[in-house]
Design a protein. Structure first.
Lengths: 388, 579
């Protein structure tokens, strides 16, 4: 178990101009903690992971694993990967095709000079953990994708490293297998308690696995928090957009209330007053409301939404059948928004057609409001779902 | 998120973290060890490749560049330059057209006849000296078998000789072009393989006719390959030696390479003049190598397109089948057939007399100690050279792929390793002869000098094939090993080498084939007592012992075929495409 400390990590890639992949990043990881680095491609999450592994040569910063300083650019320390007590699981599995499963799993034990008899039992234990005990004498090419990834997992864990690194290990699996291996990984971590850093661009994976999530943007950590808080209270608009609050509605203060700040549309809805008070401090005159599709409700234009709701005139662009719900695209004052209208007991939504005028509404405290810099405005009560 | 592929298993091994502030002399030395190693390697291959070239130029510039004035004041020089350029360009055009056609045809074969794809490559199996002598047996003006046959035709029946005179420039160009076709075919075939089938299908469903697809989509996509393959063929054409020497020399058809050979093989030996004659080839070769490094970038040609493999889309074409078979007949069956007939005859005349066929010539090949020694020399030197070139190529390829930290050393290795491909073997032969006939290494007449020149000539192949093998392997297997706690040495021995085994076997076998063929450089560095197969064949050719020549040529071909067979069975039938 280990305490991982990253300080001021910076990595640039040569080019014109040089690309900063990781920008002065600092992060502390508690022993046994499962940290997920989450972000879109190009945000520096994989580079950060590779710096932890020793596969990249950072330009600045220091990293320590437990009591071992593995990187200190100023002190000219940069231990090669094999001198760090780590395990790593790759996106492409990277099982060596010329070795059996047994030899693959046993490799990190051999490099660390574990005595033969002891290695034998540990290989079998590791294989047992991931349900691959029956596959030990096969070659990787004879395994399915899910089996390969489980063997890769066993290899990463076999030497009981201080830190296990995961580089998008589930993204090559199909959807069903991905859920299976994910559940298995979660269970393994709960049982063995290893320290882990897991890189992914899949928010549901991140929410399911992480003790804490680090949402990354342009080489920096935008928000570092528990999955619950990241999900319910994204600190910035960027995080909100990434974690599923895909609807963005710009609003401008108008007199005592608020008005839509979108482009003046042909329907004249822009500039139209839409609300009385919002849970936003008085100092802000322009905000953007962020909203999940589930929280945007639709009702016939003539109906009136409940009093806590904020009603908006909307026009249907498209509606797709989604089983228990309809995926509806509407425009509100020139902004395209996405609503997920439940079908249970509400057959009305099934009949939506293009061009139809409807009322869209959302509960004032279901949205989160961000100022012009994309930072969450103060004075917002945590959404009810988190619980008191 | 794909991190830029900078494999940085930084083996700047640093001191243990407990004492990071006190780098002892030992740890400091260890940190510089990789750089020193890379430098030492550069020194070795640099000496091998550059020392002979520098030695030649120094002689050429001695006494106010006497070598240059001797070479370029000669009244025949202009004619020689014209002939050289004409031969290179003529054979290039033939090879480009034929090679592209054959590569296209290979994609349009019916499934049952897919095996015919290897046919255009097979002429590589026949050593150049063997093919050239085979052609001479067919088209020599008087006793050539095909000439004799053609003279039976009514409109030629008044002739005493001809109608073809193989000893003239146009026919030498044609034969050279045939020889280069296989190389162009290899490049273009690989290019076809890299074209995503959907691009072709997209053009078809957009309404293009088959010809339209070929000229508007396929050919433009092949342009980089054609340019690259064209340059390689042009360099080979400029350095062409065997055809002009065996066919043109006695008829006043001279090119730079044969002039150079004459300058160092006939007394008075004039190294200075020889060096000067070779200079245009040297400069052009260096220019092409530089052009390729700067313009084409280093690994771009190993990048393959994703998506489906190439399917030409069109139905199997009988034009394609006929074309490939015809080419196989002309380029392979005819010269080999002539060799077989002559080798079975007591003497070479225009008439084939099956009743007089005998195996005496083969018996002599295996009885005369001069010939058996030459065969043994060829085999031994080739095997030793392959055994040396493979590790050198492995180091060079590793350095090119992972040595980004040593920018200058890496660029120098990249350039030096490519030079033997750009500069004709005859220049290297002359350089080695000069360099190793004097202090500090007097090796003339030994097998060692042959091995040295062979290793040098094979550096590009050893490096390129292993490099492309490593590129195909990718970084992840290596990174997985490093993060599993393995050092660089264990990663190489337990992961890289086992995974590269097919590549190594293929590269080894291919080099063995090329070396048992080797004629040009061998002819320059051989001594009367230290011959190889190609040179002994040439001696018998010069003596006019044609049936024996044919037998030796067939034995050479057989040895090579065995090599190719082994190569293909170990490394798969696509080994030539990895060149």
């Amino acid at each position: 178990m280990s305490h991982v400390r990253i300080e001021g990590l910076t990595k640039r890639f040569a080019g014109k101009p040089p690309a900063v992949a990781v920008d002065d990043l600092s992060l502390e990881i508690e022993p046994g903690e499962f940290i997920v680095l989450l972000g879109p491609s190009g945000c520096g999450k994989t580079t950060t992971l590779r710096c932890l592994a020793g596969l990249e040569t950072p330009d600045e910063g220091a990293i320590s694993l437990g009591d071992q300083t593995v990187l200190d650019v100023r002190g000219k320390v940069n231990l090669p990967p094999n001198k760090r007590r780590i395990g790593m699981v790759f996106q492409s599995y990277a099982l060596w095709p010329h070795m059996t499963v047994r030899r693959n799993i046993g490799y990190p034990l051999r490099t660390r000079r574990v005595p033969r008899e002891q290695a034998r039992t540990r290989i079998e234990e590791a294989a047992e953990l991931v349900d691959c005990a029956a596959l030990l004498d096969r070659y990787p090419a004879q395994l399915s994708g899910g089996q390969q990834q489980r063997v890769a997992l066993a290899r990463g864990l076999a030497a009981q490293p201080d830190l296990v690194l995961f580089d998008e290990p589930l993204s090559n699996l199909d959807a069903r297998l991905r859920d299976q291996v994910r559940a298995q990984l979660h269970e393994l971590h709960a049982r063995l308690g290893f320290t882990a850093v897991f890189v992914t661009h899949d928010q549901s994976e991140a929410l399911a696995l992480g003790d804490r999530l680090a949402i990354m943007k342009a080489g920096r950590i935008e928000q570092l928090d528990t999955p619950e808080r990241v999900f319910e209270e994204p600190a910035t608009e960027y995080v909100a957009g990434f974690i599923g609050m895909s609807n963005r509605l710009p609003l401008r203060r108008q007199g005592e209330g608020w008005a839509l700040a979108g482009q003046p549309g042909a329907d004249g809805s822009a500039g139209q007053a839409v609300a009385g008070e919002l849970p936003v401090p008085r100092s802000h005159s322009e905000v953007a409301a962020r909203l999940r599709p589930e929280d945007l409700q639709l009702c016939p234009a003539e109906e009136k939404p409940p009093a806590h709701g904020l009603a908006l005139p909307a026009e249907i662009v498209d509606a797709q059948f989604g089983g228990r719900h309809m995926d509806v695209v509407v425009t509100i004052a020139g902004s395209r928004l996405h609503a997920r209208a439940p079908l249970t007991g509400k057959p009305w939504a099934r009949s939506l057609s293009r061009g139809q005028q409807v009322t869209a509404w959302f509960a004032r405290d279901a949205a989160i409001y961000y100022d012009a810099d994309g930072v969450r405005t103060a004075g917002h009560a945590p959404a009810a779902a988190v619980g008191a | 998120m794909a991190a830029p592929a900078v494999p940085a298993p930084s083996f700047t091994t640093t001191p243990p973290p407990q004492v990071p502030q006190l780098p002892t002399a030992l740890t400091r030395a260890r940190r510089h060890l990789p750089r020193l190693g890379a430098l030492a390697f550069l020194g070795v291959i640099g000496y091998l490749v550059i020392a002979p070239l520098v030695g030649l130029q120094r002689l050429a510039f001695e006494d106010d560049a006497r070598g240059y004035s001797a070479a370029f004041d000669s009244p025949d020089m202009a004619e020689t330059l014209r002939t050289t350029a004409g031969m290179a360009l003529g054979s290039l055009v033939i090879a480009l057209v034929l090679g592209t056609f054959l590569a296209w045809a290979a994609t349009r074969l019916p499934p049952r006849l897919r095996l015919l794809r290897v046919l255009p490559v097979l002429p590589i199996v026949v050593p150049a000296v063997a093919a050239v002598t085979g052609w001479a047996f067919l088209f020599s003006p008087r006793p050539g078998y095909l000439n004799a046959a053609l003279r039976n035709l009514p409109w030629w029946n008044h002739l005493d000789e001809g109608p073809v005179d193989i000893y003239t420039l146009p026919w030498i160009v044609l034969i050279t072009g045939f020889g280069l076709t296989a190389f162009v075919y290899l490049f273009v075939s690989a290019g076809f393989g890299n074209i995503n089938a959907e691009l072709i299908e997209a053009a078809q469903v957009s309404g293009s006719s088959p010809a339209g697809v070929f000229f508007r989509v396929t050919l433009p996509l092949l342009r980089p390959v054609l340019v690259y393959g064209g340059f390689v063929a042009l360099l080979l054409g400029l350095g062409q030696f065997t055809g002009p020497l065996l066919l043109g020399r006695n008829n006043g058809v001279n090119v730079l390479t044969t002039d150079m050979y004459v300058a160092v093989s006939q007394s008075p030996v004039d190294y200075g003049r020889a060096a000067a004659i070779g200079s245009p080839l040297l400069l052009f070769g260096i220019a092409v190598v530089l052009f390729q490094k700067v313009i084409l970038g280093d690994h771009s040609r190993f990048v393959t397109h994703g998506g489906k493999a190439f399917r030409s889309g069109g139905r199997p074409s009988w034009v394609a089948v006929t074309g490939i078979l015809l080419y196989g007949l002309v380029a392979l069956a005819l010269p080999l057939g002539a060799l077989i007939v002559v080798s079975l005859s007591a003497f070479w005349s225009g008439r084939i007399q099956p009743s007089g066929f005998t195996l005496d010539n083969f018996r002599r090949v295996f009885q005369e100690s001069g010939i058996t020694d030459a065969i043994a020399n060829s085999l031994v030197t080739s095997v030793i050279s392959v055994a040396i070139a493979l590790p050198l190529g492995f180091i060079a390829a590793s350095l090119l792929l992972k040595g980004r930290r040593f920018r200058i050393i890496r660029a120098a290795v990249d350039f030096i390793v490519a030079m033997p491909l750009g500069i004709p073997a005859v220049v290297f032969g002359a350089g080695f002869l000069l360099t190793y006939s004097r202090e500090p290494f007097i090796l003339y007449g030994t097998r060692t000098v042959i091995v040295l020149v062979y290793v040098t000539l094979m550096l590009p192949f050893a490096t390129r094939m292993q490099l492309s093998g490593m590129v195909a392997l990718g970084d992840t297997y290596l990174e997985a090993s490093r993060t599993s706690g393995a050092g660089a040495l264990r990663t190489n021995t337990e992961i890289v080498l086992p995974l590269l085994r097919p590549t190594l076997a293929g590269a080894g076998a291919l080099m063995f084939v090329l070396l048992t063929h080797e004629f040009t450089a061998s002819l320059l560095v051989r001594a009367p007592t230290t011959q190889v197969m190609g040179t002994i064949l040439f001696d018998y050719w010069a003596n006019g012992s044609y049936p024996l020549v044919a037998a030796i040529a067939l034995v050479m071909t057989l040895v090579t075929s065995v090599g190719v067979f082994i190569a293909m069975s170990v490394a798969g039938s696509d080994i030539f495409e990895k060149l």
